[in-house]
Write a protein that binds this ligand. Structure first.
Ligand SMILES: *[C@@H]1O[C@H](CO)[C@@H](O)[C@H](O)[C@H]1NC(C)=O
Length: 197
């Protein structure tokens, strides 16, 4: 029984960390001078946590651009804004009047005690389409495509996690019941003590 308890605790502790609790598009492109919206999805227990948008190639050293208060209220910081939606379990970052300097690595993050969950997003700034005739990579960077793909992934991971935990729970109940049955039958048969030399 102790083995099972330890295993369950281990899985409870590890799963939210190794399977993503926060997900968004891996890469997104916006046009110079135009605006860009990035959406990140999170698991339900993070609803009232503070969400933020962080810039920098390293998760440990990125600098926070804009952060929510933990409510659904929109927070603005210059051309950047962030808004949480507790019902949809997602928050949206909006970057306005994109400049070339806005390109780079960003992170969707959730403030919590201990290690913050983060999701890495590569933002590309493309030349204005009205000034350029052909942009070959435009379809690859279509925001809607990337976002929906990953949003589906979070549901898959979430379901998988629930199933694993459910399976463990059933296994524990089964083990426990088998053990109780053995004890019960030994009491009924009154053979408990004869087996001990
Ligand atoms: C959250 O999103 C849903 C669907 O897009 C919308 O109906 C609702 O008003 C949003 N809530 C907030 C607080 O923005």
């Amino acid at each position: 029984m102790r083995v099972w308890r330890t295993m369950t605790l281990l899985i409870w502790g590890l799963l939210p960390g190794c399977m993503s609790v926060l997900i968004g598009p891996e890469a997104l492109g916006g046009f110079l001078g135009k605006s860009l919206s990035v959406m990140c999805k999170y698991e339900y227990w993070y609803q009232t946590y503070k969400k933020y948008w962080c810039k920098g190639s390293s998760w440990n050293k990125c600098s926070v651009v804009v952060q929510t208060t933990g409510s659904e209220e929109e927070v603005k910081a210059g051309r950047m804004s962030i808004k949480d939606n507790h019902t949809n379990l997602e928050f949206t970052v909006r970057m306005e009047s994109l400049t070339q300097q806005d390109a780079g690595i960003y992170w969707c993050g959730i403030k919590k005690r201990g290690y913050d969950p983060g999701f890495r997003i590569h933002i590309t700034v493309l030349p204005d389409p009205e000034e350029t005739t052909a942009i070959s990579s435009q379809t690859d960077l279509d925001p809607s495509l990337n976002t929906t793909d990953n949003v589906h992934l979070i549901y898959v991971l979430f379901t998988l996690k629930t199933l694993i935990l459910l399976g463990l729970g059933i296994a524990m109940i089964w083990m426990h019941r088998r053990q109780s049955e053995e004890i019960f039958s030994c009491h009924v048969a009154r053979k408990c003590w004869t087996a001990i030399p």
